[in-house]
Ligand binder design. Structure first.
Ligand code: PMP
Length: 293
């Protein structure tokens, strides 16, 4: 079956799914997006993703032009058209077609694109045995310059970090704040388990408010674990009992080595395995059922 992409109110084939070179999403990275998972016929954390999308839009003063309910229908219809019960949705809203200047007021209106497909960020082997990370020299964009809570189309900061880690032979980077605190991966939030508590950097450090991050915090608290959103540095990562990353595309993935230091026992830990089990259980019940057309 040929994949169909939602493009400004129409469904077109992959080959036809094109945007103007004058779209400010292309020219300037002026736009926002969401990556959303679909599990067992349900759009996982649908409300949370749409809330974040509309919050990002508000902050960058982008008028999406349709309501959240209408956007939910865009997601459902794209999944129906592609006959997908499990998969990944990439929802993109750009500033739209304008001229060669920066002024967003010269853009005709937002472009809305919805792609439904499969995604696999890391090889299965890494989910089973863990992955290695490297802290990189490029720092996470300072929140005073551009709030990393806006999930914008500007990912150059993260891509530079990714390039650095790949050049060093490691698949994922850990990014630091200007002050040297650990903040997040290139497209994932980070957790460590150390001295009996689960720690993740606070939003004020400049990380994205990950939907998976929030889900994991909630699951961990339900388990009775002590969870703290608090600043920590590389020393804490090296000396943690466990470390893992969370993200919609990557899901939960264990980290067993950082900058050449083996973390804990050098294999996925019990806290991670327990949380992954709870997360899997959540994907069975959470989310908006894909509505019939
Ligand atoms: N941080 C960044 C920079 C990201 O791009 C992502 C992926 N959207 C995440 C964290 C994880 O967020 P989520 O769990 O909502 O996918």
């Amino acid at each position: 079956m040929e994949k169909l992409v939602y493009l400004n109110g129409e469904f077109v084939t992959k080959a036809e799914a094109k945007i103007s070179v004058f779209d400010h999403g292309f020219l300037y990275g002026d736009g926002i997006f969401e990556g959303i998972r679909v599990y067992h016929g349900r759009i996982f954390k649908c409300k949370e993703h749409l809330d974040r999308l509309y919050e990002s839009a508000k902050t960058i003063m982008l008028n999406i032009g349709i309501s959240k309910a209408e956007m939910e229908e865009v997601l459902c219809s794209t999944l129906r058209k592609n006959d997908l019960d499990n998969g990944y949705i990439r929802l993109v809203v750009s500033r739209g077609v304008g001229d060669l200047g920066l002024d967003p007021n010269n853009c005709a209106g937002a472009s809305i694109i919805c792609i439904a497909d499969q995604i696999k960020i890391y090889p299965q082997e890494m989910y089973e045995h863990g992955l290695e990370v490297k802290t990189v020299a490029v720092r996470r964009t300072n929140p005073d310059s551009l709030s990393p809570r806006v999930k914008s189309l500007n990912y150059l900061n993260n891509i530079m970090a990714k390039i650095e880690s790949i050049q060093a032979g490691v698949v994922e980077a850990i990014m630091l704040t200007q002050e040297g605190y650990v903040v997040e991966g290139t497209a994932d939030n980070i957790f460590i388990f150390r001295r009996g508590a689960l720690l993740t950097p606070p939003l004020s450090a400049g990380c994205l408010e990950g939907v998976t991050r929030n889900a994991v915090i909630e699951l961990a608290k339900k388990k009775g674990l002590e969870v703290r959103e608090e600043l920590f540095n590389r020393h804490d990562v090296y000396n943690a009992d466990e470390c893992f990353l969370t993200g919609t595309a990557a899901e939960l993935i264990p980290v067993v080595k950082a900058d050449g230091r083996v973390i804990g026992e050098g294999q996925p830990g019990e806290i991670f395995k327990n949380l992954l089990e709870d997360f899997r259980a959540l994907t069975l019940v959470d989310g908006v059922l894909i509505k019939e057309g």
